[in-house]
Design a binder for this molecule. Structure first.
Ligand code: HEM
Length: 446
């Protein structure tokens, strides 16, 4: 195993800050599947072999916590929601929320996706022919609406701009802190921190309003919000969750459940625009559906190629490009000692390009995921949704939403790139196009 010291990393600082996934990819190419970094007294292990990843995320997961800079910074917004909490608290909340993602509930998702998609397409219809839109922004808006409506029955159509802006401002701050470990502390009243506090207040206000409205209306709904608010403690007397805990779960799900799907869709459109023959193939599959209505849940089985396009976009541009853990006790990987407190770094972006598991890894080839070929991929060589007990709770939700949106838009539009500049991926909380994704809408004539 190669161990790089702070001195070795110094010449790469700019690359590390601007293109961390690219830097990690270079490290894995140069030094192999296990690379050590000794930075400021912390031992960091970058692991890129499916067996090592399996050990950390699954086989010995009890030894690895989410007490890392990545998740602690995110927790300044989400609190200790499902994504950032650990141990007993995490398990209790996961069990509580899991039923909201059951197959029967997911089968009803199209009842939320179709109206949101329809509203977006209606908006597009009012645009002049060949209009250029920022598709990243469009995907963010539609996915926020879907997650808000499906899990909490809240209509974010009017609230979306306010909430999206607050989420973005808060996330920007998290990214800034992650990229600038020596930035002034959060409590200093500098403009950046003041904007962050304001965004957090707006988020809190919006979420507490959602809870208050539900309480006041006395409505009996069968959604995740009801599950969280009606959960009883073990004696069945008081609430199992405090308002703060419910707030943390709502914000976690709004954030984890919309930006990720939006990012995957945005990159799918980008890749499709660059590969017209693949778009044609997808369009041919979509054209076989009854075209007087948007695709719905039962249509999914008739859309295997569209699903493969989405899976392949998730391979090349995994929205959650970085997964970190902290070692609690000692462990051993490939004969090397992992001491307590070590930071484990896993990058779906890098392992999805591992030459041993992916032939022609940089090429966009959805057929990798068709005709059962995907079954030959080692489980931990493809981890867009992570793995082990902390596997994304919304993985099936995301696949259904992604495929139905790809198919629904393709029924009506072809999206062309409207920029000659290279579209660079910014490794933010998720992988996002640096300046958004300007695309031209071309109506499809059937
Ligand atoms: C393409 C879309 C998505 C991607 C790529 C994605 C990716 C991930 C990944 C990699 C993790 C594991 C992180 C880790 O192990 O440290 C995760 C966890 C999580 N995701 Fe997703 N996700 C997506 C969509 C969603 C959706 C739609 C929801 C909810 C509606 C959601 C909610 C969550 C939550 C709550 C967790 C934490 C689960 C736990 O630790 O028990 N995600 N996601």
């Amino acid at each position: 195993m190669q161990v790089l010291s702070g001195k070795d990393l110094l010449p790469h600082l700019s690359k590390i800050r601007k293109d961390t996934p690219g830097f990690l990819l270079e490290c894995s190419r140069r030094y192999g599947d296990l690379v050590g970094f000794a930075v400021g007294g912390v031992k960091v292990f970058f692991i890129n072999h499916p067996d090592f990843i399996r050990r950390v995320l699954q086989d010995n997961h009890h030894n690895y916590s989410k007490d890392t800079i990545q998740y602690n910074t995110l927790a300044t917004i989400t609190g200790r929601g499902l994504l950032t909490s650990d141990g007993e608290e995490w398990l209790r909340h996961r069990r509580l929320e899991q039923p909201a993602f059951s197959r029967s509930r997911l089968a009803a998702l199209d009842q939320v996706i179709a109206p949101a998609l329809e509203a977006m397409l209606k908006r597009w219809e009012q645009q002049p022919e060949d209009a250029v839109l920022d598709i990243d922004r469009e995907m963010m808006a539609v996915t926020l609406e879907i997650v808000g409506q499906s899990l909490f029955s809240i209509d974010l159509r009017t609230d979306a701009p306010r909430l999206t802006q607050a989420v973005l401002t808060a996330l920007d701050h998290v990214i800034y802190r992650a990229q600038n470990p020596f930035a002034p502390p959060d409590w200093l009243p500098i403009p950046q921190n003041i904007a962050f506090r304001k965004a957090l207040r707006q988020l809190d206000q919006a979420v507490y309003e959602i809870m208050e409205n539900r309480r006041r209306s006395g409505e009996i709904r069968d959604d995740l919000l009801a599950m969280l608010m009606n959960a009883r403690d073990e004696e069945g007397k008081g609430s199992a969750l405090t308002d703060q805990q419910i707030r943390d779960e709502i914000i976690t799900l709004l954030i984890a459940g919309h930006e990720t799907v939006a990012s995957a869709l945005t990159w799918s459109w980008y890749l499709l625009a660059q590969h017209p023959s693949i778009w044609e193939q997808m369009r041919a599959e979509v054209a076989q559906l009854p075209d007087d209505r948007l695709p719905c849940y039962p249509d999914l089985e008739r859309l295997p190629f569209t699903a493969a396009v989405f899976s392949e976009a998730l391979r090349l541009y995994p929205p959650a490009w970085l997964i970190t853990r902290k070692a609690i006790g000692e462990d051993e990987l490939n004969g090397y000692k992992i001491s307590p407190g070590s930071l484990m770094v896993i990058s779906p972006y890098v392992v999805h390009r591992h030459p041993q598991y992916w032939e022609d890894a940089e090429a966009f080839l959805p057929q990798r995921f068709t005709n059962g070929r995907e079954r030959a991929i080692p489980r931990f060589a493809y981890i867009p949704f992570g793995g082990g007990p902390r596997l994304c709770i919304g993985n099936n939700f995301a696949m259904i939403e992604g495929v139905l949106i790809l198919a629904g838009v393709t029924q009506h539009y072809r999206l062309e790139l409207a920029t000659a500049n290279p579209v660079l991926a910014d490794p933010l909380v998720t992988l996002r196009p640096h300046h958004g994704l300007p695309m031209r809408l071309r109506r499809v004539v059937s």
